[in-house]
Write a protein that binds this ligand. Structure first.
Ligand code: PAZ
Length: 367
C-alpha cells in the first residue's frame, strides 16, 4: 500500500493528528455507546474499581462511503477476548471495545470453532433441547463466570468496524475514563490499520469495475472538498488503484492529553524476529507510555516480550508441555505427551500487567 504523499512525513502526521476529528465523521453509534459507558464508568469510580479498556480485533478500511469493499486484517480477537476474561478474574471491570462479530469473552469458548453452536446441544428423551453431556462441565463453568460478570455489571461490550469508528471511540472512552485516575488501564490489543482513506477522498458509491460503467465513478467523492483532492480509490482502465493516507498516531495524545493518569499498555506485532525488541523499545521511547508487549505473528500464543521503563525486557513463555496443540498441527505422539492441561498465555500476561499496574498505583510511574 502506498501512503499518500510521504514527502513531508512528520509534519503531515502532526497535522493529521490535529485535524483528524474535525475532518472525519463522528460515528452514528457513538452517542448510544456513551449512554451506557458513562453510568458504567461512574459506577466504578464510586466503587474505586480498577477498569481496563481492552481493545480487540482488527479495524477495517472502507473504500467507499456506502461500503461494499474494504481492507481488513487477520486478527480474530483471541488476545483481547481471552485477556478480558483474565482481567475480570483479577478483579477489573472491563470495557471491551471489539471488532463486531470477532471473539467475545466467554462465548469465545464455543464460537468460531470447527463446531457449530448446534453441535454443543442435543435433544433429551422428553424432546427438550439440552447441552450435550460431553460439554456440560465446561459450559457450566464458563456460564457461571459470564453470569457473574453480568450480574455485578463488570463487563461492557462495545463494537466497532472501521478504523474511524475505533479512533472516535478510543478518544471518547479515554476522556470518560479520566475520573478513574490511576485505576484506569488501557490494554490496546486491537490490530489497528496503519493506512486509511480520509472522508474527503472517499467515493460515495460502489466503485464500478466494468469499464462500460466507468463514467459512474466520476465526481462521486462524498465530501465537498472533492475538487481539492482526488478520490483515493479509482479505476485506471481495468485496474483498481488505491492510494492510502497514513492513520495519525494517537498514542501520544492518549498518554499526554486524553487519559494521562491511566496505565497504558500497547502491543507491537511483527513477523521478523530480529526487529521485535528494537521496535518495541522504540515505541516505548516515542510514546512514553508504561508497557509495550511485543509479539510475533507465528508464536503469539506461546511467547510475548514485555518492554517497560521499569522492568527492561522480559519474555513471558508458556512451557512447551502446556502449549495447546491441535491434532492437525502436531503428531499424535506429541498430543499424548502433552500430559498437562493447555495454558493460555493471557493467564500469564494479565496478572503481570495487573502487578505492574499495582506498582504504578502505589509508587507512581517511571515514564
Ligand atoms: O486477535 P489475535 O489474537 O488473532 O491477534 C492478537 C494481535 C496479534 C493482533 C495482538 O496481540 C497485537 O499485537 N495487537 C497489536 C497489533 C499492532 O498493531 O502491532
Amino acid at each position: 500500500m502506498a501512503a499518500h504523499d510521504q514527502s513531508n512525513g512528520d509534519s503531515k502526521l502532526a497535522n493529521g493528528e490535529t485535524t483528524y476529528f474535525a475532518t472525519n465523521p463522528r460515528p452514528a453509534s457513538l452517542d448510544e455507546h456513551i449512554s451506557s459507558l458513562a453510568p458504567f464508568i461512574a459506577d466504578h469510580v464510586r466503587k474505586h474499581s480498577r477498569v481496563a479498556l481492552v481493545t480487540s480485533g482488527g479495524t477495517t478500511v472502507p473504500l467507499e462511503n456506502q461500503t461494499v469493499r474494504f481492507i481488513d486484517n487477520f486478527s480474530a480477537g483471541t488476545r483481547g477476548a481471552t485477556s478480558a476474561e483474565y482481567f475480570l478474574e483479577n478483579g477489573y471491570a472491563v470495557i471491551f471495545l471489539h471488532r463486531q462479530f470477532s471473539l467475545l469473552p466467554y462465548s469465545r469458548h464455543f464460537s468460531h470453532s470447527t463446531n457449530c453452536f448446534l453441535d454443543y446441544m442435543t435433544t433429551s428423551s422428553t424432546g427438550e433441547v439440552v447441552i450435550d453431556g460431553e460439554y456440560q462441565a465446561q459450559m457450566a463453568s464458563v456460564l457461571q463466570k459470564y453470569e457473574r460478570a453480568k450480574r455485578e455489571k463488570m463487563l461492557l461490550l462495545l463494537p466497532f468496524t472501521s478504523v474511524n469508528e475505533y479512533l472516535w471511540h478510543l478518544r471518547e472512552i479515554a476522556m470518560l475514563m479520566r475520573p478513574l485516575g490511576a485505576n484506569g488501564l488501557f490494554y490496546l490489543a486491537a490490530a489497528v490499520s496503519d493506512f486509511f482513506i480520509p472522508a474527503e477522498r472517499m467515493v460515495e458509491h460502489k466503485i464500478q469495475s466494468s469499464e462500460d460503467f466507468a463514467h459512474a465513478n466520476h465526481g462521486t467523492t462524498s465530501s465537498t472538498a472533492q475538487e481539492e483532492r482526488s478520490p483515493a480509490a479509482h479505476m485506471d482502465g481495468a485496474k483498481l488503484v488505491i492510494d492510502l493516507d497514513p492513520v495519525p498516531k494517537f498514542l501520544k495524545q492518549l498518554v499526554d492529553v486524553w487519559s494521562p493518569k491511566s496505565m497504558i499498555v500497547s502491543f507491537k506485532l511483527e513477523t521478523d524476529p530480529s526487529i521485535l525488541a528494537e521496535k518495541s523499545r522504540y515505541a516505548l521511547k516515542k510514546y512514553s507510555h508504561d508497557l509495550v508487549i511485543g509479539n510475533m505473528l507465528n508464536t503469539r500464543k506461546h511467547e510475548v516480550l514485555f518492554v517497560s521503563a521499569a522492568g527492561g525486557d522480559q519474555w513471558i513463555r508458556v512451557p512447551t508441555a502446556r502449549r495447546s496443540k491441535s491434532v492437525t498441527a502436531a503428531t499424535m505422539s506429541e498430543v499424548r505427551q502433552a500430559t498437562e492441561m493447555p495454558l493460555e498465555i493471557e493467564s500469564l500476561i494479565v496478572p503481570e500487567v495487573a502487578r505492574l499496574h499495582s506498582e504504578i498505583i502505589s509508587n507512581g510511574r517511571s515514564r
